[in-house]
Design a protein around this ligand. Sequence first.
Ligand code: SF4
Length: 379
Amino acid sequence: MKYIEEFRNGDLARKIATRIRAEARPERSYSLMEFCGGHTHAISRYGIKDLLPGNVNMIHGPGCPVCVLPIGRIDNAIELATDHSAIVCTYADTMRVPASNGLSLIKAKARGADIRMVYSAADALRIAQDNPTRDLVFFAIGFETTTPPTAIIIRQARALGLANFTVFCNHVLTPAAITHILESPEVRELGIVPLDGFIGPAHVSTVIGSQPYEYFAEEYQRPVVIAGFEPLDVMQAILMLVRQLNEGRAEVENEFTRAVTREGNEKAKSLVADVFELRRSFEWRGLGEVPYSALRIKETYAAFDAERRFGIAYRSVADNKACECGAILRGVKKPTDCKVFGTVCTPENPIGSCMVSSEGACAAHHTYGRFKDIEVRAA
Ligand code: SF4
């Protein structure tokens, strides 16, 4: 396979679906979490759930970068623009995530704050160079995929001696979140979330490799299959998980061999290790405080750390009471369980973070019409 169309071939998808239906044993169920928002998007967009037998259940995980960003961190970014008069740059989806007091970055921008959308971390560096008399803060978010570019611009800023450039670092880590889910009462004690196996992230794994997942497979006896983001990748990963579970295996398998190795990208990992270190704890939307689940800028690069330069104080802010994002991110509820899904909360007017990005579970369900029960309820 060389071209993208081949990974979206309907005949092949139906063949894999036939195999899944043949091999999934009727006497048991298969509850599989797709950790990553890219997989959630693919499952909704291509109607993968409709091809699966009823006893193979997909559970959405917390792997959507803007979905897990807590309100307090967005409030901090807005304050950098309003109280410190900094230019704040960030990726597009982050602009629309609801913050406190009915605000978001884009609404704060409409009120006059200098908040700009960038396509890459390098764009933020260029804007800092173009505005030497202004402080520029790059509001850095995302999992291991977007962390290396942030490390690169911090090193470049130091090499260029840029005094007006800092990074507000909110990079988070996949393995810590998976451990947290597996240790949660909903999974361990209450059994509310039956979790038999994981579809592992694609892009994240190109950086960290498949090796970090070996711990879950061994320690928690849960199989992991790393998969690409195309529909055939996801279908194949589901079949591989069904086979592992049938055979009583709990191993890490790699469906995405065209991009992922066991070791990952050594250069990217060493860049990240040079610039960042682990935080003791970090609040995730939906998961709460998760130990050692995020990165901060090392002392060596303190001059480029917005938290140090501007004395940012974090305060936790509760989500909108109507919003079920927290439960959805923990796999406890589905988007259609939320009373305001598709009515008050839509992609045009997101009430919670899961309705913002195309990787968010609520936005993916809404965009691709996977909410027939809501349509019936609203009729
Ligand atoms: S539909 Fe909107 S309010 Fe409900 S859980 Fe999803 S994002 Fe939150």
